[in-house]
Design a protein. Sequence first.
Length: 175
Amino acid sequence: DFPNRQLVCYCFNKRKRDGSIEEIHGRLRDLTRRNAGRKQSPGLDLTDSQSVKTTRSGGLCRGTDGGKKTRGRKRHVVVDTMGLLLAVAVHAANVHDSKGDPFVLSGLRFRFSRLVRIIAGGGCGGEPAENTGKAFGRVLEIVLRKEDSTKFQVIPQRWAVERTFARFEPYRRLS
């Protein structure tokens, strides 16, 4: 049903270079927020990362996440409270969250005028992330799970970013 592969790749890459894909994504996100009765610019964002195994022919950017013992890549995302993507960065899995978050947060620098607060997980703490939050004039709040529990816990507001990661799972191409 599709045209030949080279034509599809050419059209996609052309739109990616000229910013059309980013613009379409932004308009669809704004429309979705408006239809849900929210303002276009979010006031609160959530950030997290996920280590993902890659395929055998996984490309250049691969590493091993020592904490999760996963060889592959790490996806850093920033989402709004509805789980809609605002910024994405992909690194080798051996990049620590505190070093990778400044890259994904830099994607928010001149966007989203209402954005005041960013909630992050415990791995995002540290000097690089704090300096990034200060540089952009936003409050970076680190939310930790309770230490006394060994079971899974739903952390208020953070579930939205986890739900976004769950939506990625069925798509093999995202490895």
